[in-house]
Design a protein around this ligand. Sequence first.
Ligand SMILES: [Zn+2]
Ligand SMILES: [Zn+2]
Length: 330
Amino acid sequence: MKKLAAAVAIAAVTGAPSIAHERPLGDGKITSSPRVDYLMSCQQRFNANAPGAHRTGDWISGNTYDTDEKPTVDGSVNWPSRISVSLQGNERVVSSNNLPNHPTGNFPIARNDDAYQYDRNPNRISEQNILLRLPANPQLAANASCVPMGMIGFALSGVAIYNAVDASGRDAPAHEIQDKCGGHPQRSGQYHYHDLSPCLTDTRSGIAGHSNLVGYALDGFGIYGLHGENGEVMTNADLDECHGHTHTVMWDGAPREIYHYHMTNEYPYTLGCYRGTPQRVAGERIANAGERRGPPQAGERHAGREQFGDRPPRQTIFGLFRRQPRQGRP
Ligand SMILES: [Zn+2]
Ligand SMILES: [Zn+2]
């Protein structure tokens, strides 16, 4: 998609500040103990040359970046999304194929896509077998704990939520190129967000205009949209080190005073740490895959074939359907 420079140009003409879509850059804000504005990452050492966006975008300037200036991955591919969330005893069971209920861009990123100049993400989106058993009534842990690379939560749109950084430990929404819905796949094909997806509608039917639930963290606590107790847009200053707070929200259809996380437009965007006790995820291979890029290693390729058989990827199937001329059909 072409860069959206028009809004900035208009702002320059009218003299209005063009800061609305500027965000502070989160690079370097990794901590090993809870700290506001930081990501308490389980991984503390990062390889600066890890695969990812290979060129620094010109939408990044100094300590900020402009989301309006950043390109997105072209395309509009639809997927057979499947997600169910059910309460079973003390557990909340989330089952999903990790395919989103909204269109995605074309992955791998095509050579003729302007995003390719910055990020040559070679991965294609593939179905995952997600089965999360989260505590239905999560409790605060004695201590906050670090968030890993890979999945840290799950969005109600049917896809994984990752932490704020890429494989090099940089601010992922700033450096990596996502599609129009703010998502992209990593090496095992898992499509994921690093911040609030624009396609994940931030509805506000909650108490006093509080955002509705948009997903669950792997410790079982809810993740809500941008709006807080009085409908105001949340900033890190309103939240604790883990990016959450406690007050009455709608929880399983009833008002309840409970800890919850908020999405923000500020790094670390989703969770800064876990305030509860994260659950182990079935299929650790996916959970720990993080942001790695490139063709699978021998072992992974074998595992992938076992999991998905020899069918062509669904994206290819859709592409073929779309290219069939309708007139030729009986
Ligand atoms: Zn809140
Ligand atoms: Zn990513």
